[in-house]
Design a protein around this ligand. Structure first.
Ligand SMILES: Nc1ncnc2c1ncn2[C@@H]1O[C@H](COP(=O)(O)OP(=O)(O)O)[C@@H](O)[C@H]1O
Ligand SMILES: [Mg+2]
Length: 327
């Protein structure tokens, strides 16, 4: 393994699904790479393809797929070419997932101890019951659960939503994955608990050597936590780069509009939205995907799709008018 190579390289990933209205272009050619130890924030409105992108990384794909093209290289190995059993093994050892609703990952019939022990047994088949319990206790404490030994014997419904999400994060970390995928892990929680979970992710990075892909529709949250930002719109990445740089100097009108919404939210307490409609996945991309909602749209934007272009070191945006309208 060459440490200079990115851990994950996604190249021209396209996913179409069959629908009664014709093919839905859910991912329209995703290019993304990141190295070890990074927290990559993926933001975008609902329907932009964020969850589908992480499903591809796990290769847990919908059954109505019509076309899947491109490459997902993980340390140089194309996940899309692994056999189902190799992929299963990869999922259990190298990639772990935290969903929006912790109950997706928790079985109401089993105690927290059973959940954690099963994860450890699958990952480390030789582990003794005693060691599994010790590691579980240590991990619960690490994810901020007080009275860990009492909680270990609790059932999921006896815990609060925030605590359940901490348990799911503990399960993911016990796998010692290289890649942790978190799909809107705080969306189902209230604002105070949300802030605590974000703090937890921030603390965890101290001794987690893997990378995290953190999906959110909340730009402010990503700004706090992440190193890199990836803005998705209509199944494409419209802007990507180091978080501080992208937020200080957005070069795509959609990122700019998202930022303006958050600023309005903070000041007016009203949920600001970008005027216009999110593009349907069945649209053919014969123009800039954002053209129908863009305040800066011009003829050139309607002449063929846009592609990501470098606008600064490590910073790319897919806007033909970027230099003109967001210099
Ligand atoms: N299996 C599927 N068949 C048809 N359309 C789908 C399927 N899965 C997702 N979609 C559509 O693809 C778009 C992206 O979905 P998703 O990845 O869930 O977005 P996000 O997580 O950003 O909200 C949405 O318009 C959704 O309705
Ligand atoms: Mg989603």
């Amino acid at each position: 393994m060459n440490p200079d190579l990115p851990m994950i390289t996604i190249r021209n990933l396209k996913l179409d699904a069959r629908t009664e209205h014709g093919p839905a272009h859910i991912l329209r050619g995703i290019d993304l790479e990141f190295g070890r130890g990074r927290i990559v924030g993926v933001v975008g409105e609902s329907g932009s393809g964020k969850s589908t992108l992480v499903s591809c990384l796990l290769r847990l794909l919908p059954s109505n797929i019509e076309r899947l093209e491109g490459e997902i290289l993980f340390d140089g190995i194309d996940l899309l070419k692994l056999s189902p059993s190799d992929m299963n093994d990869w999922r259990g050892r190298k990639i772990a997932m935290v969903f929006q609703d912790p109950m997706t990952a928790l079985n109401p019939l089993f105690t927290i101890n059973t959940h954690l022990r099963d994860v450890l047994k699958r990952r480390f088949p030789q582990i003794s019951a005693r060691e599994a319990r010790e590691r579980s206790l240590a991990m619960l404490t690490k994810v901020g659960i007080s009275d860990a030994s009492v909680r270990l014997d609790a059932y999921p419904h006896q815990l609060s939503g925030g605590m359940r999400q901490r348990i799911v994060i503990a399960m993911a970390l016990l796998v010692e994955p290289d890649l942790l995928l978190a799909d809107e892990p705080t969306t189902a929680l209230d604002a105070t608990v949300e802030a605590q979970i974000v703090d937890l992710f921030d603390q965890l990075r101290q001794d987690f050597s893997g990378s995290i892909v953190f999906i959110s529709h909340h730009l402010g949250l990503v700004a706090e936590l992440c190193d890199d930002l990836c803005v998705m719109y209509g199944g494409t990445i419209v802007e990507t780069g180091p978080v501080a740089e992208v937020l200080a100097r957005p070069r795509h009108p959609y990122t700019r509009a998202l930022l303006d919404c958050e600023i309005e939210d903070d000041h007016g307490g009203r949920l600001a939205t970008i005027p216009g409609e999110v593009p349907s996945a069945t649209w053919a991309m014969d123009a800039c995907i954002f053209a129908s909602r863009c305040a800066h749209v011009a003829d050139i934007c309607r002449r063929g799709p846009t592609v990501l272009e470098t606008v600064a070191i490590g910073h790319k945006a897919a806007c033909k008018r970027s230099r003109e309208v967001l210099p």
